[in-house]
Design a protein around this ligand. Structure first.
Ligand code: 4AD
Ligand code: MG
Length: 446
């Protein structure tokens, strides 16, 4: 038997591509039961599961004993004939004629993730699964999430590349804040201080006069102390920047990419979404319907009408977005936030200086903000005034100011929280469900 190349996937067998044919399946034991004469092994690989029937009188004693003692998560290779069998899960069954155990699991250290271990765990099931995250990844729920996540990343790349955006990379060690000092991670840097970047944006603006339309998908870092269902300290950030664009045009792309992600998931991941109990009609609505645009002031009035205590000028925190979006049926843009609620780079509305030309896109069902973006302050005079007004030192931003000094143009962009989008579209209860190794203020392991 070959131990390296793999040619047959269980998903293809279950979809009928190998009916009545001889195949070699490589995978891991998901379940195993039976007697001293016959074993029913549920084999899994990255594409699915299949029941395999192994008999002592076919395999011979040595091989049968080996496969009989292969514990859950042992890796094995099975050869046999594919039977069409309505009673088996997936409609197919492998009748095994030879078997080999590749990576046996030691009976003294069986696979730790079991119902009883979860129930008995001291710190509770959630902490237990986070401690065993490296092994939890191969369970069906997590595998499903990772497949959805891969399609979301693919959809973002294809959306921007199909529209002539260039992929561009910014440094992750930086000298200044983008989104305010309170969530900056400080790192010792050869006797100086550096920070982990909160956003690609400022360095993207430096390349804007070179590339005009650019995007990235990269990690961003925020020292978020509070642990909520939508905050990570390391998250994946899809950002775009565009020359010669207004707030409305930037929103068109925000809406475009989220709708494209939704329709890609319908094409590629309907089965996975259904496994998670997600209503596909909802996802179709996110893919097909336009996203309304309302002003911040209107949202504040709505919230006040609902009895929520909120003062004009506050940014909306999660508790307020949750209430606001509970009854939305599609994502909504909130535009024109008060200047005092947003960082210096947002462009002041020339029609009313109290506001900036910005937007947040809020996902429905209580999920809240998934995009933040807008037009940038683009003249040298205005950016200097805004930096001084906020009491921010100019020095770390000199490169940013220079972008305006040498041929500044109107431009803008946005950042989309990829993990938040995955969490919303998969209907997860918590953002940590959709990222392989979630990082928060209490956990950097495994
Ligand atoms: O709204 P934010 O802070 O905007 C920016 O960083 C801009 N510089 C982006 C730009 O214009 N290029 O972050 C953008 C998005 C949020 O809407 C949210 O979806 C996500 O990033 N995000 C987080 N996701 C997970 N965990 C966190 N701690 C996040 N902080 C922001
Ligand atoms: Mg924001």
């Amino acid at each position: 038997m070959g131990e390296s190349m793999k040619t047959t996937w269980i998903g293809d067998v279950q979809s009928g591509q190998h009916d009545n044919k001889e195949v070699e399946l490589k995978g891991w034991v998901k379940r195993s039961r039976g007697s001293n004469k016959i074993r029913f092994i549920v084999l899994r690989d990255s594409t699915g599961t299949i029941q395999c029937v192994a008999k002592r009188d076919v395999l011979g004693d040595e091989s049968f004993e080996q496969i009989k003692s292969a514990l859950i998560e042992s890796s094995i290779i099975l050869k046999g004939t594919v039977n069409v069998d309505e009673r088996s899960e997936g409609g197919h069954e492998l009748v095994v004629n030879s078997a080999e155990v590749i990576g046996p699991v030691n009976p003294e250290t069986p696979f730790p993730i079991t119902e009883s271990a979860m129930a008995a765990a001291d710190g509770g099931e959630t902490e237990f699964l986070l401690d065993n995250r490296h092994l939890y990844l191969r369970t069906s729920r997590m595998t499903t999430m990772l497949k959805i996540r891969s399609s979301v990343f693919g959809a973002i790349h294809s959306y921007f590349r199909d529209r002539d955006f260039l992929e561009y990379q910014a440094p992750n060690f930086v000298a200044g804040a983008v989104e305010g000092g309170s969530t900056l991670f400080e790192v010792p840097y050869f006797g100086r201080k550096a920070y982990l970047t909160q956003s690609w944006q400022l360095y993207a603006e430096a390349a804007m006069p070179a590339l005009e339309r650019l995007y990235t998908i990269a990690p961003s870092f925020r020292a978020e102390k509070s642990r909520t269902r939508r905050h990570l300290t390391e998250f994946w950030h899809a950002e775009m920047e565009m020359a010669w664009a207004t707030n409305d045009e930037i929103m068109n792309h925000g809406e475009g990419v989220v709708r494209h992600i939704s329709s890609t998931l319908l094409d590629e991941r309907s089965d996975e979404l259904e496994t998670l109990g997600r209503d596909l009609d909802l996802i179709s609505r996110f893919a097909d319907s336009p996203y309304p645009r309302i002003r911040y002031d209107e949202a504040v009035e709505t919230l006040q009408g609902l009895g929520v205590e909120i003062e004009w000028g506050q940014d909306l925190d999660y508790s307020k977005e949750k209430i606001l979006t509970q009854d939305f049926d599609v994502p909504h843009f909130l535009t024109h936030y008060p200047k005092i609620a947003k960082p210096f780079y947002h462009r002041v509305d020339p029609d009313d200086e109290k506001y900036v030309l910005c937007h947040d896109l809020l996902a429905p069902e209580g999920y809240g903000e998934i995009i933040g973006g807008g037009e940038r302050t683009w003249s040298e005079e205005e950016i200097l005034a805004r930096i001084d007004e906020e009491g921010t030192p100019r020095e770390p931003y000199q490169f940013y100011i220079d972008t305006r000094t040498y041929g500044g143009v109107p431009h803008g962009g946005f950042g989309l929280g990829v993990d938040r989008v995955c969490s919303w579209l998969s209907g997860a209860d918590h953002i940590r469900e959709v990222i392989p190794f979630p990082r928060d203020s209490r956990r950097v392991t495994p």
